[in-house]
Write a protein that binds this ligand. Structure first.
Ligand code: GLA
Length: 384
């Protein structure tokens, strides 16, 4: 699917060529899970899978939306009627971005939009962030808003939190907006300061596989919100603004202070150790030892499974099978309760690992997983 094709379809739908075509990618998170709403560290990278939007301005207060991937015709929304949590279909994501921009004082007066995406939905690969960011970038350009990338990510997060009603953090939107080709993004979610870390696995004879378990998940459901509320309770009990403020060296003491709040103890332990794992992975990559990140990824999985309790049998099976077959490391990635896992492996072993996982899924009677290689790719950009 190319930009020209998306532009042609736009012209068929709306009777004139678009004023521009933009793209925003999905992401994989290498390490740093459920740390973003605790003001912590994350390390995602952009996938080659992306959402493309052909867009033109309108000046009559109307937003028209069409997607090549979803059945149905052109949706037509009035900007002055946009209201948080009034829409439970896919159009809430682009409409939410328009709402957030207008609420922040930007004079958006309408748009025609046609979208086409290669980011798998419900797979933990940030299809919603890709959709939000591509709309925000297109409108930033068309309306000459001059918004910096981090600001654009914040507005997209607001669209998702308030308009859609999913209490997610800032990682996915920042990844889609700010990642660079060949790099992972080391992001401090407290102040959105960032560092691009070179991440060229192929040059090291390594590969990172994404295994989409095909178990669908949604973060507007209660479990994500419960974890978030538990973390906030932990921070309050410990008298800090966010769990980010609990130092790794002070973890035992902090846990002791939480006493018999067993569930909170588990959540706090995950967040504090996970922040530390992100820093370890950054150090290892910067010191040129990418193979050594494998065990850190695997530790992260154990923590999400046993402490944060957001894995599922399919994700655990990917990790266990990959490790038993000799992978360097493996973990679930994204929000959890389904979605995808990542597997770090020697390049020469890709076929063996893939086969082992496929066979294990067939034996367990699970739906066949979708397995592909993740190559760190470019963030959001204008294509035409
Ligand atoms: C989802 C959310 C992110 C983040 C991850 C877990 O992807 O959208 O903000 O919290 O889960 O790390």
């Amino acid at each position: 699917m190319g930009a020209e094709q998306v532009a042609e379809r736009f012209a068929e739908l709306y009777g004139a060529p678009p004023q521009g075509v933009w793209a925003a990618p999905g992401r994989v998170n290498l390490i740093g899970e459920h740390t973003d709403y605790n003001d912590g560290f994350v390390m995602p990278f952009a996938l080659p899978h992306k959402t493309i939007a052909a867009v033109s301005r309108r000046d009559d207060g109307i937003l028209r939306l069409h997607s090549a991937d979803i059945e149905g015709g052109v949706a037509e929304l009035r900007l002055d009627a946009l209201a948080p949590q009034s829409d439970d279909s896919w159009t809430a994501y682009p409409a939410g971005v328009v709402w957030a921009l207008r609420e922040a004082g930007h004079g958006i007066t309408g748009a025609d939009v046609h979208l086409a995406s290669t980011v798998p939905t419900g797979a933990g690969l940030s299809s919603s962030a890709a959709l939000e960011v591509v709309i925000a970038l297109a409108l930033t350009d068309l309306y000459d808003l001059g918004l910096q990338r981090w600001k654009l990510a914040r507005l997209c997060q607001r669209a998702e939190n308030v308009y859609v009603g999913a209490p997610t953090g800032i990682m996915d939107q920042t990844a889609s907006a700010c990642c660079e080709d060949g790099h992972a993004l080391f992001l401090d979610t407290r102040d959105l300061s960032q560092r691009q870390i070179p991440f060229d696995l192929a040059a090291e004879g390594l590969r990172l596989l994404v295994v989409d378990t095909q178990v669908k998940h949604a973060h507007s459901g209660g479990e994500y919100g419960k974890r978030r509320a538990g973390c906030e309770k932990g921070a309050a009990l410990l008298g800090v603004d966010a769990l980010r403020d609990v130092p790794y060296a002070g973890l035992d003491e902090a846990l002791a202070r939480l006493g018999d709040e067993e569930e909170i103890v588990r959540l706090v332990r995950h967040v504090v150790t996970e922040n530390h794992r992100v820093e370890r992975v950054v150090d290892l990559l910067e010191s040129g030892d990418p193979r050594a990140i494998g065990p850190v990824l695997t530790e992260g999985h154990a923590s999400l499974r046993d402490d944060f309790r957001i894995s599922c049998p399919e994700l655990d099976l990917v990790v266990d099978t990959a490790l038993a077959a000799g992978a360097l490391g493996a973990r679930m990635t994204g929000g959890g309760f389904g979605g995808s896992a990542i597997v770090l492996t020697e390049a020469a072993e890709v076929d063996t690992r893939t086969k082992a996982i496929e066979e294990a899924f067939a034996k367990a009677g699970f739906t066949a997983p979708r397995i592909f290689e993740a190559v760190p790719s470019a963030g959001a950009r204008r294509l035409l």
